[in-house]
Design a protein around this ligand. Structure first.
Ligand code: AR6
Length: 180
């Protein structure tokens, strides 16, 4: 399948990722994997107390890597936890680490044979990653993964703030135009 078909598998919506009923949702975690603020706090709150017990078994996770747990009280069956990069000046390998977060999350989607996955805009909150650049990396990486790994899933980007929602729509539109 070519990029033009794969891009059609991407859905962009605005809302709260904890309400998604896809096979897995992705959590923009920190390296402790023990919860925090932002989307991480919202996911832990909605999933319930059992989640942190399973998260403790990992003993943390490096930025760009990913771990999978059950979804507990969520509608989604699984939660994929990935700490994105903390953005400083863009010269410390931030782009590669952000790409790794999306790629390694997709690796788990493939390994667990999941048909749909919802992503938040990893690193664009507390971790300060510029939103346009982050959106481009997010969309391009999932397309590249599906193409190279020959594994297709429905990819839902769930954006919380207006800014990210508009940026993702623009980015996807532009990439569709470029492929034509
Ligand atoms: N659903 C979807 N997206 C959300 C939600 C939600 N319920 N809540 C916030 N966002 P952030 P980071 C968006 O700060 O930058 C945590 O404390 C938000 O608008 O949650 O990767 C962790 O424990 C933003 O666009 O994650 C780490 O310490 C995006 O999610 C640290 O923050 C990411 O913002 C990770 O920072």
């Amino acid at each position: 399948m070519g990029k033009t078909d794969l891009i059609q598998r991407i859905i962009i919506k605005q809302g709260d990722i904890t309400r998604e009923n896809s096979d897995a949702i992705v959590n923009a975690a920190n390296t402790s994997l023990l919860g925090g603020g932002g989307v991480d706090g919202a996911i832990h709150k909605a999933a319930g107390q059992e989640l942190i017990k399973e998260c403790r078994t990992f003993g943390g996770c490096n930025a760009g890597e990913a771990r999978i747990t059950k979804g507990y009280n969520l509608k989604a069956g699984y939660i994929i936890h990935t700490p994105g990069p903390v953005y400083k000046d863009g010269k410390r390998g931030e782009a590669q680490v952000l790409k790794n977060s999306y790629w390694n999350s997709m690796n788990l989607v493939k390994e667990y044979n999941l048909k749909s996955v919802s992503f938040p805009a990893i690193s664009t909150g507390v971790y300060n990653y510029p939103k346009e650049e982050a959106a481009e990396i997010a969309v391009k990486t999932v397309i590249e993964f599906m193409e190279k790994e020959k594994y297709i899933a429905d990819i839902i980007f769930v954006l919380f703030d207006d800014d990210n929602y508009n940026i993702y729509n623009k980015t996807l539109g532009r990439l569709k135009d470029e492929l034509h």
